[in-house]
Each structure stands twice: as structure tokens, then as C-alpha cells.
Design a protein around this ligand. Structure first.
Ligand code: 5GP
Length: 131
């Protein structure tokens, strides 16, 4: 099933892109738990993460690891947390969240507000650090 994430991958709706390759796409979450909150998704529209074929599943985590290093270089944080939820968008994705407190890991805590300009600048800076 196609979701809003397919439209983002195809460029039909805009996103603050960090990186992509043939199989994966990484972009800033529009409603972040913390600055630098990033979503890493497979381009194939599979709903549940654990339903991905094993090769794609493993490669998605490798790709997320690479993106996490770039986020960690740019965003002051104690570490990068990883969550998998999927209750809102039924297209498999990994949340990478810079953590400074347990609250940053909470999806029911108040979200971080960022301006369009802040999103653009942050995405660019993280993108520049993806090796
Ligand atoms: P989940 O499906 O894991 O519960 O949550 C989906 C996540 O995707 C949420 O953190 C939400 O803020 C994010 N999200 C939903 N729609 C969009 C969108 O159109 N653009 C971006 N960048 N993020 C989105």
C-alpha cells in the first residue's frame, strides 16, 4: 500500500532530505521529538518493519547506522536512539532520535518546534556529514 512516504520518496511532496540511495531514503521527521529526529525508510512500500525481506531489513539497519554517525556529528546529544513504531504511517521506518533525556525518546511528550529555515539548515548540515 502506498502512503505519504511513497510520495516523499517520489518527490511528489517535499521533505528535508538527508540522503538516499537506490533502496533507502532518510529525511527529517516533520514533527520531531528532538532536533535531528530522522526517519530512515526502505523505498519499497512494506508496512511492518519485520515483514521486510531479510536482506532489505539488514541493509536498512546498516544504512540507518551510517546516517546516525552523521546526525551525531552535527547534533549535540548524549547518543542516538532508535525506535520503531509505525502506528501513524504504515510504511516501514526507523526513527533515529538524538537523545539528551528520556523525554526525547517519548512519542507522547511535547514535540520540538522548528522553522522551515531551521529544518533546511539542519538537513543540509547532516547531509554534508554522511560518508
Ligand atoms: P509512526 O508511524 O512511527 O508512529 O510515526 C510516523 C512519524 O512520521 C511521526 O513521527 C510523524 O511526525 C512523521 N511524519 C508523518 N507524516 C510526515 C510527513 O509528511 N513528513 C515527514 N517528514 N514526517 C512525517
Amino acid at each position: 500500500m502506498e502512503t505519504i512516504f511513497t510520495k516523499i520518496i517520489n518527490g511528489d511532496i517535499p521533505s528535508y532530505k538527508i540522503a538516499e540511495n537506490e533502496k533507502f531514503y532518510a529525511f527529517l521527521d516533520i514533527n520531531p521529538n528532538a532536533k535531528g529526529h530522522t526517519l530512515v525508510i526502505p523505498k519499497t512500500p512494506v508496512d511492518k518493519l519485520f515483514d521486510l525481506d531479510e536482506a532489505t531489513y539488514s541493509a536498512l539497519f546498516s544504512y540507518a547506522r551510517k546516517i546516525s554517525f552523521a546526525i551525531e556529528k552535527v547534533v549535540p546529544c548524549n547518543r542516538i536512539g532508535l525506535s520503531v513504531i509505525g502506528l501513524e504511517v504504515p510504511h516501514a521506518h526507523i526513527h533515529l532520535i538524538p537523545l539528551n533525556s528520556m523525554q526525547d525518546a517519548s512519542f507522547s511528550a511535547p514535540k520540538t518546534k522548528m522553522t522551515h529555515e531551521e529544518f533546511v539548515a539542519l538537513a543540509e548540515e547532516i547531509a554534508e556529514n554522511v560518508i
